[in-house]
Design a protein around this ligand. Structure first.
Ligand code: AMP
Length: 114
């Protein structure tokens, strides 16, 4: 996978407002928030998107979803609700080719998305 801005955030080469970190995952505030709470959860290993995930990634994917729930809880979103989005490829609107889950919350979100 090619180098991305998220690789630099993982290596702490560029600043980010990190809200959670463990051996496998990192969560930080989105630089262009689309909701009052907008956090990205990413794996530390280079996986481009769900489209590139293999059976070997199943444990990691489960862990990332657990981190999403933990971060949403610690951000105070568990009761009011929130949305989790992962954009995949060009039709999905993915702009950074490193798997990431958007956590959006603290406002009512429209459906369907654009
Ligand atoms: P996507 O369009 O789904 O690939 O989402 C990429 C997200 O990364 C966008 O919401 C951007 O605002 C966010 N982003 C890009 N660069 C940074 C950065 N340096 N720090 C935090 N978020 C970023």
């Amino acid at each position: 996978m090619s180098e991305t801005v998220f690789s630099k955030i993982i290596r702490k080469e560029i600043p980010a407002k990190i809200v959670y970190e463990d051996q496998w995952a990192l969560a930080f505030e989105d630089i262009h928030p689309q909701a009052p709470v907008h956090i990205l959860v990413i794996p530390k290993t280079p996986l481009q998107s769900l489209a590139q995930a293999t059976a070997q990634d199943k444990e990691l994917l489960g862990h990332l979803q657990w981190v999403v729930a933990q971060v949403a809880q610690s951000s105070g979103l568990a009761d009011s609700g929130y949305r989790v989005v992962t954009n995949v490829g060009s039709d999905g609107g993915q702009s950074v080719p490193h798997l990431h889950y958007h956590i959006l919350g603290r406002r009512a979100l429209a459906w369907p998305p654009g």
